[in-house]
Design a protein around this ligand. Structure first.
Ligand SMILES: C[S@@+](CC[C@H](N)C(=O)[O-])C[C@H]1O[C@@H](n2cnc3c(N)ncnc32)[C@H](O)[C@@H]1O
Length: 259
């Protein structure tokens, strides 16, 4: 009985956030969450409850708002607060050579078979944040003499991240700049960019999503790979059931599309 009650409390359609504010217990329901989502321009229902609670608690405390309704009002008139909320929820943490062993794996094992093929190497960094990941990848491709036949797409939910990525790209050599494209894209909203991909990096993005949203995202990414294409996730991530998606393990947290 207690377990049933606990499970019910975590349903999104009855979303409760007890003691979310520093003061008296506050709670939000689905309409309040939807209103906040509209105000900050994020698909809040796609994120895990624990993640939302933690981030909302921090922003509420910092903003002096006692409850979600107050925060919703404030983000409509305070662009800095809105940006702070968006950054906290989307979580844009990244950096150069994040998890270097993954780049070693790419350089030594995953890229060579892809580079043996002729034609354009199409790489998508899905959830690219400020572009660090795709710049690192571009360095590997350059080292392998394959940059000039590569097409590199960085996509992200937040326009502010793409703006940072574009500014960073402006300081890169023209041979790299001409290969790069940037696109605002919500990975929870369905379709991938057109064409099939040789390599997709989607690292540290799905960890903040609810499990069913994450599974749908993994299926969408698998579908977007060309045959033999590789999907790399973050080092704490895995695909629950890769084979029905046509994927086989290709290394730690990496998968190759077989069919
Ligand atoms: C923790 S960062 C990871 C950045 C980079 N992939 C890395 O591993 O360093 C997560 C990124 O995913 C983006 N993101 C979160 N939810 C997203 C969504 N629904 N669609 C697209 N991007 C999303 C965030 O804006 C952020 O830039």
């Amino acid at each position: 009985m207690r377990r049933d009650l606990k499970a019910a409390a975590f349903r999104v359609d009855q979303f409760k956030v007890p003691q979310i504010a520093a003061g008296p217990a506050a709670s939000i329901d689905a309409p309040a969450l939807a209103a906040l989502g509209r105000a900050c321009g994020l698909p809040l229902a796609a994120f895990r409850e624990e993640h939302l609670r933690k981030q909302l608690r921090g922003v509420l405390a910092a903003s002096g708002s006692g409850a979600i309704a107050g925060l919703t009002e404030r983000v409509q008139t305070d662009p800095r607060l809105r940006e702070r909320l968006r950054a906290a929820i989307a979580n844009s943490v990244t950096g150069p050579l994040r998890d270097p062993r993954q780049f070693e794996l790419l350089e030594e094992e995953l890229l060579p078979p892809l580079l043996q093929r002729s034609g354009t190497l199409r790489v998508w960094s899905a959830g690219c944040s400020d572009g660090s990941e795709i710049f690192d990848l571009a360095r590997l491709l350059d080292g392998a003499g394959a940059l000039e036949r590569s097409y590199l797409l960085g996509s992200d939910l937040l326009q502010e991240n793409l703006d940072k990525a574009r500014r960073a790209a402006a300081a890169k050599p023209p041979e790299l700049r001409s290969r790069l494209r940037w696109e605002r894209r919500d990975l929870t909203a369905g379709r991938p960019p057109s064409g099939t991909w040789s390599l997709i990096l989607c690292r540290n993005v799905a960890i903040y999503m609810r499990s069913e949203v994450r599974d749908r995202l993994h299926a969408m990414l698998a579908e977007a790979l060309g045959r033999g294409g590789v999907l790399m996730l973050g080092r704490s991530e895995r695909i629950r059931d890769p084979r029905p998606l046509g994927l086989v393990p290709a290394g730690p947290h990496a998968y190759r599309r077989q069919s």
